[in-house]
Design a protein. Structure first.
Length: 270
């Protein structure tokens, strides 16, 4: 059965957010999440490798995060050194200036560059009454079916790793919740993750997905509203998500009160 999120009355009230500081605080949150989620980290000047050997097939669990452009020319070799045991290379850069400095060196080394919108919720907070927290185990079957649809060429081992790795996200933030909207029959139709750090007043909504059979029935909106409400109730005045710059959901998020304030950058190579 769905359960209500645990209350955290011990959390201090977050400090007021100065306009214009949201993006640096979001970048700090993303960096801290990658570091905390990792099973192990390897530091280097200007960044770190976030690694989890249990999920070697999962790109987000095994990546390099660049915080500062200390030596951009050395970055491709650094990636080979730290990710050479894997079948993929993934480099995340959250700061725009750092991405500008490092990007040319990575693309020359054969990396594909993708940029994503950072979208900040700037509207009033909805009541969020139509979706609830769900246990991660309840998401296993719908997650498996959706990953098979997203990656039809992937083998069962890869799909299983993607599903299992979601549990490690509990390490990434002080408050991690899985939010779901159910059909009248009790089937989970749509779901998303909520990662929140009440101490910094920052929360991310991630991987909002709807089962194909239940598209267009309001379930995604219910999940989004519930995640926003729980983030606000946890004292998070900065509520954000990451959206593909080329895909249609960005316009749907905009209609639901999200404003684009910047970009994150990912460089990938196989």
């Amino acid at each position: 059965m769905p359960t209500e999120p645990t209350q955290h009355p011990q959390q201090p009230h977050p400090q007021p957010i100065e306009p214009g500081t949201e993006l640096p605080r979001i970048n700090a949150f993303l960096t801290a999440f990658a570091r905390r989620q990792a099973a192990r980290t390897v530091e280097f000047p200007g960044g770190f490798a976030a690694l989890d050997d249990a999920f070697a097939r999962t790109w987000s669990a095994n990546q390099i995060v660049v915080e500062r452009a200390v030596d951009p020319a050395a970055l491709p070799a650094r990636a080979e050194e730290l990710l050479g045991h894997l079948e993929h290379r993934m480099v995340s850069v959250f700061d725009e200036d750092t991405a500008t400095a490092c990007g040319p060196w990575l693309t020359r080394a054969g990396y594909t560059h993708s940029s994503y919108l950072v979208m900040l919720h700037t509207d009033s907070v909805p009541d969020g009454a139509h979706a609830r927290e769900v246990e991660l185990d309840a998401l296993r079957d719908p997650l498996t079916r959706r990953w098979r649809g997203f990656l039809p060429e992937a083998g069962e081992e890869t799909v299983r790793a993607l599903v299992d790795q979601r549990g490690s996200r509990r390490r990434g933030a002080e408050l991690v919740r899985f939010i779901g909207s159910r059909t009248r029959e009790g089937e989970i139709a749509s779901w998303a993750d909520l990662y929140a750090d009440p101490r910094t007043g920052t929360a991310q909504i991630e991987d909002l997905v709807t089962a194909e059979a239940h598209l267009g029935r309001g379930h995604a909106g219910a999940v989004l509203d519930a995640a926003l409400r729980r983030a606000a109730d946890a004292g998070c005045g900065i509520r954000f998500l990451i959206a593909d710059t080329q895909d249609w959901p960005r316009t749907w998020y905009a209609r639901r009160g999200f404003t684009s304030i910047g970009h994150t950058h990912v460089f990938e190579r196989v």
